[in-house]
Design a protein around this ligand. Structure first.
Ligand code: SAH
Ligand code: SF4
Ligand code: F3S
Length: 439
């Protein structure tokens, strides 16, 4: 039997890339590859890239530069670039880095095995098409190996929203939903491999629309159907757009026990002027009213968000409106970024906020968000929470899991409890985790 070939995949960016990398590893399994965790000695290196903020492409070129000696030492080494930089840069990658053998955009991954088999026979290949067929249809399934207890499952891809700052509609294409049947089949497959928590993914996951038995299904129906799978204990979804939070999905947060009380609902900014300039298509008041309805359905829900500071035209007063909105919502956790101009997006050509001002606003926003996060974590101390144990922790005898509110929780527990939901009493709160003891 021939030795398996080694595949090193480096993943950047969002959870959808993490999911895609898993699928690419399994697709290339059919070509005789097994995954390895270092580039040294690999037979193929694949970079799955992200283009969301500035300098993404430059980072990839310098990463590729690091692999030059590897290629010199092993001329048979195959190098591929996938993901959103691949989509945005295309041929340019081969022009600047001729040692790259293939460039494949996020909608063309089903062609990856064929592209891999042609390396060496044809010159460098580039596929950045948006084909009508479903990229997942063609990805072969791996053997029924055990999996970690929590898994991602992409249900929707692409975005039609065109926020003025964002590259995603260009790199991932238009909104497309996978079929209900495909998703259910994949969920059953995951559960058979030991998965107890599924995180449904999409760039606009709550814009999901499928059909089942001739009826239209939104994300809420999909969640309710998945909840019928006995061995599946927890369901999450990310990322949502406020304008796609329909009544049924809000209701599901109240009546579906398996749907976890955590919602990532980015608003980006608190000033109506900035929201309009961003093309978010809602006001701050509408967002806050939505949060109120969600909290009416599930009062203890933990909210999370994304923020951009220093968007073109943002004044100190606008920025204060963002701080006010945060004080009103009190996010359990949130991500914040300095605005980064992306060539080809509408906001890129506008007048930019001074860099020092952006840094200052980011620091002030992050201080407030950290304070709210700490308060939320501290409110857990002394409580007993159900925790899904996921993997060994840093110290011997320690295990790490997730609370329903997505806190990382560590405690002394046995490794054979991986995949179990245990009751744990929270002892104290750390910066980004909770310390607990098994009950
Ligand atoms: N589809 C999701 C998020 C996609 S990108 C949504 O609509 O919320 C993830 C986050 O990156 C965004 O929410 C935004 O906060 C940030 N982001 C996107 N483009 C950016 C840019 N040009 N500069 C800074 N942050 C950006
Ligand atoms: Fe980007 Fe806006 Fe689409 Fe989110 S909704 S992916 S921020 S364009
Ligand atoms: Fe990045 Fe593409 Fe995801 S740009 S955030 S990898 S959709």
């Amino acid at each position: 039997m021939s030795e398996p070939k080694k595949l090193f995949v480096k993943t950047y960016g969002c959870q959808m890339n993490v999911y895609d990398s898993e699928r690419m590893v399994s697709a290339l399994g059919g070509q005789g590859y097994v995954e390895t965790d270092t580039p040294e000695g690999a037979d193929m290196i694949l970079l799955n890239t992200c283009h969301i903020r500035e300098k993404a492409a430059e980072k990839i070129y310098s990463e590729l530069g690091r692999y030059k000696p590897f290629k010199a030492a092993n001329p048979d080494l195959k190098i591929g670039v996938a993901g959103c930089v691949a989509q945005a840069e295309g041929e340019e990658i081969i022009r600047r880095q001729p040692m790259v053998d293939l460039v494949v955009g996020p909608q063309a991954y089903h062609r990856l095995p064929e592209m891999e088999s042609k390396i060496g026979q044809v010159k460098a290949q580039v596929d950045t098409e948006f084909p009508a067929e479903d990229k997942f249809d063609h990805l072969p399934r791996g053997p029924k190996a055990r999996r970690a207890p929590s898994a991602f499952l992409t249900v929707q891809e692409g975005c039609d929203k065109f926020c003025a700052f964002c590259v995603v509609p260009y790199t991932r294409g238009a909104e497309v939903s996978r079929s209900v049947e495909q998703i259910l089949a994949e969920a059953h497959d995951l559960v058979e491999r030991g998965v107890v928590e599924i995180n449904l993914l999409g760039q606009n996951v709550n814009a999901y629309h499928g059909t089942h038995d001739g009826r239209e299904w939104g994300l809420a129906q999909l969640i309710r159907e998945l909840a019928k799978i006995d061995e599946l204990k927890r369901i999450r979804f990310t990322t949502s757009h406020p304008n796609d939070m329909d009544d049924d999905l809000i209701a599901a947060h109240g009546d579906c026990d398996k749907l976890m009380p955590y919602l990532h609902l980015p608003v980006q900014a608190g000033s109506d002027k900035v929201l309009k300039a961003m093309n978010r298509k809602h006001t701050a008041a509408e967002y806050l009213a939505l949060i109120e309805r969600i909290r009416a359905a599930r009062p203890d829900i933990a909210l999370s968000g994304d923020f951009i500071v220093g968007f073109p035209g943002e004044t100190e007063e606008d920025f204060q409106a963002t701080l006010d909105l945060c004080r009103e919502v009190r996010y359990g956790q949130a991500y914040s970024f300095k605005y980064s101009p992306r060539p080809g997006t509408p906001a890129a050509d506008r007048t930019h906020v001074d860099e020092a001002e952006k840094n200052d606003r980011l620091a002030r926003l992050q201080a407030l968000l950290s304070q709210h996060q700490a308060e939320f974590q501290n409110s857990m101390v002394g409580k007993t929470l159900p925790v899904l144990l996921e993997k060994p922790g840093r110290n011997p005898g320690q295990m790490i899991g997730k609370s329903e509110f997505l806190h990382a929780v560590h405690m002394d527990a046995s490794p054979d409890q991986v995949g179990k939901i245990v009751q744990a009493k929270v002892l104290w709160s750390e910066r980004n985790s909770l310390a607990a003891e098994l009950i």
